[in-house]
Design a protein around this ligand. Structure first.
Ligand SMILES: *[C@@H]1O[C@H](CO)[C@@H](O)[C@H](O)[C@H]1NC(C)=O
Ligand SMILES: *[C@@H]1O[C@H](CO)[C@@H](O)[C@H](O)[C@H]1NC(C)=O
Ligand SMILES: *[C@@H]1O[C@H](CO)[C@@H](O)[C@H](O)[C@H]1NC(C)=O
Ligand SMILES: *[C@@H]1O[C@H](CO)[C@@H](O)[C@H](O)[C@H]1NC(C)=O
Length: 429
């Protein structure tokens, strides 16, 4: 069998203890020693232990069979699911859904849109170093999460992930009620299992709206501001304010509207941050505004979440514009994942490239989530390789879409990781 791998790291054979030292399971004592220095790393390690445990349970009962089913003996060492490589396998047939799923937005349906590599995208399998990330089993998921409400709260990249989950579930359980629970943009209940999934659309998490100078003057007016967007850092957008009391599981994201050139033009229509109903004076830049919004929204979710609810924050989804940003003719014509050197060239902070916001946003997220009760769903690094998996010119847009993902595609893998997390949290409680 021909295997191509795209990673700087050697593919670690499954179930071997010969992992790099930082992937070895830390003992409780080590975690404590490390805590002051690396609280985040320790938290991730801790979570990973449970993931590994739950995986070993899952693997033996899952009914899917492919040539690449993991052996049931998953190493009992912890595993960093974000660290690994993409392996090409022409015979890999992920058993989830296809381009006939009606919920796939036209611009993301790369098979119908005739993108030349559309069928190849899902033939790359994510292989974490030292463990496996098997495709989730939709039937088992519906059974396990019967009577559960799951909300995706965030921008269109979270919708992309939501659609992927919907299509996987719809294929095995077609008796569905479409509705809009708790202010959601869209939602579905799988009636046989009373499991609801919903997408709550919100670009910034915080409430925002157009702002123009008041003729009676004001603090912002006296600084010369005429037009902009008022962003209330301490008020959640109405589309999701009721989500924490409705859902049992919430998965958040934000990021794309803060950095990439967007409607918040720093000169013509800047973001003007308000707190406590007052403008922040002196005005702050979006990166400071983001910190304030994250702080308030995380607190809001923690206070309002229903008892026993599970909250996750998904890390930033990378874009892959080359040769300019989306509004400067940038494109993403690659048909294969990037090599590790190229990933660093495109995304490292010190190169300050077109897509640099991917890792910058994560710095803000990690800082804000430290000490919170949120679980982190880290999909950034694995997705950084996948310059081949965006719609690009498919779907007939004016600009190449190097931001969203083809479906079926990468967000299927995000859901595998999401559900692996959920299973391990459930197994622990
Ligand atoms: C896991 O791997 C990712 C990607 O290589 C890295 O950014 C992160 O720091 C790692 N986490 C831990 C706990 O080692
Ligand atoms: C894709 O190709 C098929 C068959 O050649 C054609 O009928 C269809 O119009 C194409 N779709 C798009 C969006 O170009
Ligand atoms: C369906 O699930 C919801 C949310 O957990 C619950 O409140 C409701 O009672 C369930 N309905 C039935 C008919 O079991
Ligand atoms: C990064 O690049 C952007 C535009 O290309 C520029 O405005 C910004 O000042 C640069 N940042 C740093 C830290 O060099």
């Amino acid at each position: 069998m021909r295997e191509k791998t795209r990673s700087g790291c050697q593919r670690a054979p499954i179930s071997t203890p010969s992992l790099p030292p930082h992937h070895l399971m830390a003992t409780k004592e080590q975690q404590h020693k490390k805590l002051p220095l690396f609280p985040l790393l320790s938290l991730l390690c801790f979570v990973s232990v449970f993931l590994a445990l739950s995986l070993s349970k899952r693997a033996s009962i899952s009914k899917e069979t492919t040539r690449f089913r993991p052996t049931p003996t998953v190493a009992s060492t912890s595993c960093n699911y974000s660290h690994g490589s993409w392996i090409y396998d022409p015979n890999w047939i992920p058993n989830n859904y296809d381009s006939s799923c009606k919920e796939i937005f036209k611009g993301w349906n790369c098979i119908s849109g005739n993108k030349s590599n559309a069928r190849d995208i899902i033939k790359w399998r994510w292989q974490p170093n030292g463990c496996d990330l098997p495709p989730f089993d939709p039937v088992r998921f519906l059974q396990t999460f019967r009577d559960t409400n799951i909300g995706f709260v965030g921008d269109s990249l979270n919708r992309n992930m939501f659609v992927s989950l919907f299509c996987s579930l719809k294929r095995v359980s077609s008796d569905v009620k479409k509705w809009r629970p708790a202010g959601a943009d869209r939602g579905f209940t799988f009636l046989h299992y009373n499991l609801t999934i919903a997408y709550h659309r919100t670009n910034l998490l915080a409430r925002y709206g157009r702002w123009s100078a008041n003729s009676n003057g004001g603090e912002l007016e006296s600084l010369g501001y005429k037009e902009g967007y008022r962003v209330d850092v301490d008020i959640p957008e109405g589309t999701w304010a009721d989500a924490p009391s409705f859902h049992d599981v919430l998965i958040f994201n934000t990021g794309h509207w803060w950095w990439a050139p967007s409607k918040f033009d720093p000169v013509k229509s800047p973001m003007l941050f308000f707190e406590n109903n007052q403008p922040l004076i002196p005005p702050v830049l979006p990166d400071v505004g983001l910190d304030k919004v994250l702080k308030h929204m995380i607190l809001f979710a923690e206070r309002r979440m229903r008892p026993g609810g599970i909250k996750l924050f998904r890390t930033q989804s990378p874009r892959h514009f080359e040769g300019g940003d989306w509004d400067q003719g940038g494109s993403c014509p690659r048909l294969q994942p990037l090599l590790p050197e190229k990933v660093e060239e495109l995304f490292s902070l010190k190169n300050n490239g077109t897509n640099v916001e991917s890792r910058l946003v994560n710095q803000h997220l990690f800082k804000a989530l430290k000490g919170s009760t949120f679980h982190i769903l880290d999909i950034t690094h694995m997705s950084e390789f996948r310059a081949d998996a965006h719609p690009a010119t498919a779907g007939g847009k004016k600009h190449d879409d190097c931001m969203h993902w083809c479906l079926p595609g990468i967000t299927d893998i995000w859901n595998d990781l999401f559900i692996t997390h959920l299973n391990s949290i459930k197994a622990r409680d």
